[in-house]
Design a protein. Sequence first.
Length: 106
Amino acid sequence: MLNTETLEQLNQDVVKDLMITLVNIFIKETDLALNSYSSSNPSEQQRISHSLKSSALSYGVDEVGLVSKQLEQLLKVDNIDEATSVFNVLTTTWTEHKKLLQNYIV
C-alpha cells in the first residue's frame, strides 16, 4: 500500500508534471539499484539499501523503505544469509509497489 499522504504532499510541493517525472526517475533508479545489488560487494549493498530506504520513504513507498532498512541493518552486522532472504522480500515488495506507483501517477 502506498502512503498517499506523502505523494499528495509531493504533488502540492511541485506541479503535477514534475511530480510524475520525479516518480518515474525514482522508479528507474530503484530498478537499476536492485539490478546492481547482487553483483555488488557488501559495502556497496549496504549503501544501496540505505539509499533505497530514504528514497522509498520520500516517495510514499513505506513498506519498501522498511524492508530496505531491515536489509541495511543486517548488512551492517554481516548477516549475509538473512540479508539474502530479506533482499528477496525487497524485490517482491518493490515489484508490487512499483505497479501501485505507476497506477497512481497515470
